[in-house]
Design a protein around this ligand. Structure first.
Ligand code: NAG
Ligand code: NAG
Length: 420
């Protein structure tokens, strides 16, 4: 009798233990219930997405009424404005950066800053000490240092080859600034277009820069060129001024503070026929989620959307400031308007998570309003139009692809993919 009772009690206890175990395993499996991508290859996913783009709901294709709330404020904020003393503006702007946010959402000094960058006299010019691409360091009005990236390509030139092919596109730097402002990823350097007198630059140049400039007599007069000092700079490939000694380029405001540099988990190999692990492993993001903190991962996913829209496939490293990601070096974007390198979006479709704020913001600028607005915001830039019609259409086409990928993730895993 007592034996039976002991057995009975033991049985009940065992059942509890078993239940607890099952429960734990269940919980653990729920925790590990990270979205495993259910499509076996990038190619298969790309096909699926291309298919989905054609059946997107009208809300993705039409204007969102919420757009009008943003339009006027953005137009007003980025309109070049008169100023009295550039020095005062730069003092304000150099205090703007807070972590990775380089400038505030709205501030009356922004329009004035844009004016200073396109108007203030250049008092000194040097080679930039670092980098693979030709850039100059200029001093404006004896005070503010800025970077100058010269033009290499005409607006309509198409760069074939790999996504990272060709030299820098100065206009991409300018467009990137405005796109980031509209998408509220205020993590890019402020950039404006400007035509410089290369003869004047020569006169203001230090000896080292002068040594990398060419001054040649032609039947038209004196021709000024610069090839600079950088990894890919050679005397055989200079940038030359036109018959009025002008070269166009982007003036890029230096970001104050300390930046740190990190290798991107989605780095390319930059070798023909050698593929990186992420290119073939659709589940690449699952172990990453344990290695990288979520904020950083969400930053990288935001960056991949930004880079996909402009087709910058060259973010092998990224910089951070105060813990947040910043998007500098956007010059490899806008190479080929006829091509969408889908794998630039890998962080988004492999992780299938996204900031809710980013998703909301993307939804505001549907129906062609994104590129229309940037077009209007850049009307007063000296280099307007910053990109041609084909590139604008390409940005809109890619936005629909982003919508489709997020829809795919929402359909597969539900609203939990949107993180606050
Ligand atoms: C501009 O402001 C600075 C102070 O920020 C001052 O030192 C300078 O004299 C001013 N320049 C002019 C031309 O008023
Ligand atoms: C001289 O200038 C004209 C236009 O002003 C241009 O068409 C021509 O190519 C120039 N020649 C040289 C040698 O730069």
């Amino acid at each position: 009798m007592t034996n039976k009772r002991v057995l009975y009690v033991a049985g009940i206890l065992l059942s509890f233990v078993a239940l607890a175990l099952v429960g734990n395993v269940y919980l653990l499996s729920r925790l590990n219930d990270e979205p495993a991508i259910k499509v076996s290859s990038v190619r298969a996913l790309e096909n699926l997405i291309r298919h989905r783009v054609r059946s997107l709901k009208p809300s993705y294709l039409n204007r969102n009424p919420r757009f009008f709330m943003y339009r006027n404020r953005l137009l007003r904020n980025y309109k070049p404005a008169p100023y009295e003393n550039a020095s005062v503006i730069w003092d304000i702007v150099n205090w703007w950066p807070a972590e990775n946010e380089i400038y505030p959402m709205y501030d009356s000094s922004m329009g004035q800053l844009l004016s200073t960058l396109s108007k203030e006299p250049i008092t000194r010019a040097q080679n930039s000490p670092r980098g693979t691409q030709l850039k100059l360091v200029l001093k404006l009005a004896n005070q503010q240092k800025v970077i100058f990236k010269p033009q290499w390509y005409g607006r309509d030139e198409v760069i074939d080859g790999p996504v990272y092919g060709g030299k820098d596109r100065h206009n991409a730097e300018i467009y990137a600034f405005y796109l980031a402002a509209v998408l509220n990823m205020r993590w890019t350097p402020i950039a404006v277009g400007r035509k410089l007198d290369l003869k004047e630059i020569y006169q203001k140049a230090d000896q080292e820069l002068k040594n990398t400039m060419l001054v040649q007599e032609t039947s038209n007069g004196t021709e000024y060129c610069v090839y600079g000092k950088c990894h890919y700079c050679t005397e055989d490939e200079p940038v030359c001024a036109d018959e009025n000694n002008l070269i166009e380029g982007a003036i890029i405001y230096l970001i104050p503070g300390t930046l740190s540099r990190h290798r991107s988990p989605w780095q390319r190999t930059y070798k023909d026929g050698v593929r990186a692990a992420w290119e073939d492993d659709m589940n690449y993001c699952i172990p990453l989620k344990d290695k990288i903190d979520t904020t950083r991962l969400l930053d990288l996913i935001d960056a991949s959307i930004f880079d996909f829209l402009i087709q910058n496939g060259d973010r092998h490293h990224y910089e951070t400031r105060g813990g947040g990601l910043i998007l500098i070096d956007n010059g490899k974007a806008f190479g080929n308007p006829n091509k969408d390198f889908f794998d630039v979006l890998a962080p988004l479709y492999q992780c299938c998570i996204l900031r809710k704020t980013t998703w909301d913001r993307l939804l505001v600028f549907s129906g062609g309003t994104l590129t229309d607005l940037i077009d209007r915001m850049t009307k007063n830039d000296e280099l307007y139009p910053i990109i041609n019609k084909k590139h604008k259409q390409a940005v809109e086409r890619r936005l629909l692809i982003v919508y489709s990928v997020v829809e795919y993730c929402l359909d597969t895993y539900g609203e939990k993919i949107l993180k606050s």
